[in-house]
Design a protein around this ligand. Structure first.
Ligand SMILES: Nc1nc2c(c(=O)[nH]1)N[C@H]1C(S)=C(S)[C@@H](COP(=O)(O)OP(=O)(O)OC[C@H]3O[C@@H](n4cnc5c(=O)[nH]c(N)nc54)[C@H](O)[C@@H]3O)O[C@H]1N2
Ligand SMILES: Nc1nc2c(c(=O)[nH]1)N[C@H]1C(S)=C(S)[C@@H](COP(=O)(O)OP(=O)(O)OC[C@H]3O[C@@H](n4cnc5c(=O)[nH]c(N)nc54)[C@H](O)[C@@H]3O)O[C@H]1N2
Ligand code: SF4
Ligand SMILES: [Mo]
Length: 891
């Protein structure tokens, strides 16, 4: 405790993206929390984005899983642990080690990952542990392995400051790695240039010097063309090739098999020759070039080829291992990298060792076990197929929500529903996946857990607890260790604290490592408990003098001869191209303020209002072709599923493609879930799904009526009615929007189910001529529920009604306005653009109209963009759009 009784801020790491920002958190009474960016942390130097800034709104205990449960029965830990251990032991005894599996996550700590991997691969003796990084990083991991000899990320964040050119290849950094984007905005002010390669004009693309809106899945063609062009026109670093690379001859031969003229490439990629040439010339002439590649590269049936094509271009030009020059696979999750290090993927054994005899014997000796997994295990998509067809009979899912996040999500549901034993470790009590758990294990959440994570630049940082463990929640590593002991593996799992696990992992990286393995944390295996407590952020490999910023500064790849491999790759189309029945390419991905399946960002109303409901982005020409209107409901169908979401017409979407966010779940929008639509095609090498391309068709939903319901607690859709339903959390209430295809009977049934007779004062104002029902229930003068359903009428402004749920008492005018839907001056803020200060589109448009012509002026007028800066690209876009409009009016 510091002077004055307040605890001093605790330095920890943000639980969201792979930037790995340092956070200084100050816990208060009743799990209050204020957070600031940690000024000293080398990832963010004090900055945070909208998600990091809102962490304080996500740490309350509402909705948390706080006790182990078997079925619906709360049980003690001993019983829960025994039931998991028994189920696994029995299944293994009867059907062998490969009849069980763990499916884990880049949101576990390194210590958790290490423990789970050791139990499965070292003691159960099966390779069947895979992670959601299979959906995320697997293609980059395989590309690194083939080119560099191991999964090694050469660069560091400082390279992003130093680069003169940054190429974003399938990476929407403005939304997904916002703090790095802020760093690059600073570099840009001194002249750094940006090129964005993405079928959508994202916020990242809007501000770029050159935007290449390529046809989906044509990246390999584009990058191969770059190499061929440089081979003809200069740009290849012949000396570097001679000194450090193998395979240049082969690469040339494979490139020569295709027409490498600019015209042919431009045509295949759906680009203009001029823009292709501008990209090639800029890449060739700029030594300090970083290429950031992310899900637009990895999540593809040719994800490994996309990664290799990028690595080839950097290797052949020597743009690697130098300040400001690197191919940079950016990680998504806070500890995707830690999972790759420890061996959380089914395709590696542990600590960057594989399944060769030598590696297996080494790891077996270190773990003191006779039964290390003989072969790699099943990769995520295969794993759930094996659950579905009964080969896997017991599965333990930790820190991931596969019922939402895997492709062909309906098949995953079927698989888990049929699985004889499902255990799920989670922090929340009610996720789409927990619905299938026989045993639920309450884990410590961010702010309680204690351990390490590794970010995109190989930097290990501590996550430290800010709060005491709530209820009976326990650390994930400890839950695993207790199950291991209950299965009879007494020896290898006796850790007392996370520092014990970490030291053991660090010791494994050093074990019999004569320099052949670059992943080496050697000195950290000797950390004292206090040393671990105070561990400062450090980049691996760690030697006697500390960490390492850049790899391969003098070549020195992890191959037998130390040279990197240029692996020739051939362009291919998507796994299944569009056709006459399914003419549109469905692309999926992220929104700025939501995180994955919304189990955490969905707790913070300020993060739910930027994109309040699921929507499909569609080009106006396609919308016209398929009869879709802006703001109305559209039905999307693929060969495996369907969804209904609001249509958003925008020319930022390439014609021929549509974009659907991945985030919405049963809990928020049962009809707006993305992954039931995604076909489970995977890259043949990495097993990573093609989330960015499924053939689809769209049409209007054609609702007969619609309505909304505002309540203090979340409400599920009424049973027995087939409604389109979605919920948006507000401060103090939830707004549910819904619509139906049926007639009066359905409308009345919905109104009756959603507005049951309750205690309090009932208000009603119906308009039968328009098929409108308006009801409110007040208690002690405050609104409890407000319902409006209409066939033909308009719907009142939700935001204004939602705000009335915060009032201590309603005024007489507000009371009347509540149902009239015509409150004087009533309007809401529109979609929230600035999450930090809750500034909406309406206020911003007014400020622009009032003369605010720059981001700074908008900030001065409204506050928007003056804290975390995540909304700055959107403010810039509003300004550009507005000035275009003005120019049009003036013309
Ligand atoms: N706000 C927010 N940030 C996050 C996350 C989150 O959930 N929310 N999740 C984190 C995680 S785990 C990850 S993995 C990262 C992902 O970060 P990103 O990879 O930046 O995110 P995505 O939106 O999945 O996809 C990036 C872009 O790939 C484009 N794309 C689609 N097809 C192609 C193609 O064929 N070629 C090219 N070149 N581009 C294509 C998409 O249009 C999209 O704009 O974000 C991390 N950060
Ligand atoms: N269509 C489509 N699908 C995608 C993607 C896409 O771009 N498009 N992207 C893919 C990618 S890159 C990723 S990374 C995945 C992410 O997909 P998921 O991993 O399924 O998503 P999350 O919502 O992050 O799930 C994390 C779960 O762990 C719980 N949790 C949080 N912290 C802890 C903890 O400390 N311990 C435990 N035990 N539980 C915890 C949360 O409550 C939540 O239920 O989605 C993939 N799916
Ligand atoms: S960029 Fe935002 S989400 Fe990512 S680690 Fe930093 S604060 Fe967290
Ligand atoms: Mo990810």
């Amino acid at each position: 405790m510091a002077d004055g009784g307040l605890p001093s801020p605790v330095k920890t790491t943000c639980p969201y993206c792979g930037v790995g920002c340092g956070v200084a958190g100050q816990a208060g009474e009743a799990r209050g929390l204020s957070v600031k960016g940690d000024q000293a942390h080398p990832a963010n130097f004090g900055r945070l984005c909208s998600k990091g800034t809102a962490l304080g709104s996500t740490v309350h205990l509402q909705g948390r899983l706080l006790h182990p449960m078997i079925g619906d029965r709360a049980v003690g830990w001993d019983e829960a642990t025994a039931s998991v251990a028994d189920a696994f032991s029995r299944t293994i005894a009867e059907h062998g080690p490969d009849s069980v599996a763990f499916y884990v996550s880049g949101q576990l700590l390194t210590e958790d990952y290490y423990a789970a991997n050791k139990l499965m691969k070292g003691f159960i003796g099966s390779g069947n542990i895979d992670t959601n990084s299979r959906l995320c990083m697997a293609s980059a991991v395989a590309a690194h392995g083939q080119a560099f000899g191991a999964d090694l990320v050469p660069g560091c964040y400082e390279d992003l400051d130093l680069a003169d050119l940054v190429v974003f290849s399938g990476h929407n950094a403005a939304w997904t790695h916002p703090v790095l984007f802020r760093r690059m905005e600073q570099a840009r002010a001194r002249g750094q240039r940006w090129i964005v390669i993405d079928p959508r004009r994202t916020d990242t693309a809007e501000g770029a010097d050159l935007f290449l809106p390529l046809a989906p899945q044509t990246d390999v063609r584009l990058w191969n063309g770059l190499l061929a062009w440089m081979d003809r026109n200069g740009g290849i670093d012949r000396a570097y090739v001679a000194a450090h690379l193998n395979g240049f001859g082969d690469l040339r031969r494979v490139l020569a098999a295709d027409d490498q003229s600019l015209q042919a490439i431009a045509q295949d990629c759906g680009l203009t020759s001029d823009s292709v040439l501008a990209f090639y010339a800029a890449f060739a002439e700029t030594q300090k070039t970083v290429t950031l590649f992310s899900m637009g590269a990895n999540q593809s049936a040719q994800g490994v080829s996309k990664g290799l094509a990028i690595l080839n271009a950097h290797l052949a030009t020597g743009k690697i291992g130098k300040p400001g020059a690197a191919p940079f696979s950016i990680t998504g999750q806070p500890n995707a990298m830690g999972g790759r290090e420890t061996g959380g993927m089914a395709t590696t054994l542990a600590a960057h060792m594989g399944f060769s005899r030598a590696d297996r014997e080494r790891v077996a000796a270190f773990w003191k076990t006779p039964q290390v997994a003989p072969t790699p295990g099943l990769k995520a998509v295969e794993m759930f197929e094996a659950v579905r067809d009964g080969r896997i009979k017991a599965i333990w899912i930790m820190a991931t929500n596969p019922v939402v996040s895997l492709p062909a999500a309906s098949r995953v549901r079927e698989a888990l529903a049929a699985c004889p034993f499902v255990a799920v470790s989670d922090v929340m009590a009610d996720t789409d996946t927990l619905a299938f758990a026989h045993v639920k294990l309450p884990a410590l959440a961010w702010g309680e857990k204690d351990g390490t994570v590794t970010n995109s630049e190989r930097r290990i940082s501590r996550q430290r607890p800010l709060f005491a463990a709530p209820g009976e929640a326990r650390a994930d590593w400890r839950i695993v260790a207790d199950v291991a002991k209950a299965m009879g593996y007494r020896e290898g799992f006796g850790w007392r604290r996370p520092a014990d696990v970490f030291r053991e992992y660090a010791a494994l990286t050093r074990f019999e490592n004569d320099g052949a393995r670059i992943l080496n944390l050697g000195p950290l295996s000797e950390l004292s408990d206090a040393g671990y407590e105070g561990l400062e952020p450090v980049q691996w490999p760690v030697g006697p003098d500390g960490g390492t910023a850049r790899l391969f500064t003098e070549g020195g790849f992890q191959t037998p001869d130390g040279r990197a491999n240029l692996k020739p790759v051939k362009p291919q189309g998507p796994a299944r191209p569009v056709d006459a029945d399914y003419p549109l390419a469905l692309n999926t991905g992220r929104m700025r303020d939501h995180w994955h399946t919304m189990t955490r960002t969905g707790l913070a109303p300020e993060l739910c209002r930027h994109s309040p409901e699921p929507m499909v982005e569609i080009h106006p020409a396609d919308a016209a072709r398929f009869g879709i209107a802006d703001g109305e409901l559209a039905r999307i169908e693929t060969r495996v599923g369907h969804a209904v979401v609001t249509a958003k017409l925008t020319d930022r979407q390439r014609p021929g493609g549509i974009f659907l966010p991945m985030h919405w779940t049963n809990a928020f929008a049962p009809s707006g879930r993305c992954n039931p639509l995604v076909e489970p095609f995977v890259d043949p090498t990495s097993g990573q799904p093609e989330f960015k391309h499924t053939p689809a068709r769209v049409g209007p939903y054609g609702e007969a009526w619609r309505g909304f319901l505002v309540t203090r607690e979340p409400q599920s859709p009424p049973d027995g009615l087939d409604l389109v339903w979605r919920r948006t959390p507000y401060d103090g209430c939830h707004v549910h929007e819904f619509a139906g295809l049926g007639g009066l009977g359905e409308r009345e049934a919905a109104a009756a189910a959603l507005m049951p007779d309750g205690e309090g004062e009932a208000l009603a104002m119906d308009d039968p001529a328009r098929g409108t029902v308006r009801r409110a229930l007040l208690r002690d003068g405050r609104p409890e529920r407000v319902l409006v359903v209409t066939e033909m009428g308009g719907l009142p402004v939700r935001g204004w009604i939602a705000d009335r749920f915060l009032d201590e008492a309603l005024s007489m005018t507000d009371r009347a306005a509540l149902l009239a839907g015509r409150a004087v001056g009533a309007r809401d803020e529109g979609a929230i653009v600035c999450a930090c200060f809750k500034v909406g589109t309406h206020k911003l448009t007014a400020a622009v109209a009032g003369g605010a012509g720059t981001i700074e002026a908008l900030g001065a007028a409204t506050g928007a963009g003056t804290n975390c800066g995540s909304c700055r690209p959107e403010l810039a876009r509003m300004l550009r759009t507005q000035s275009k409009e003005e120019a049009r009016h003036a013309a």
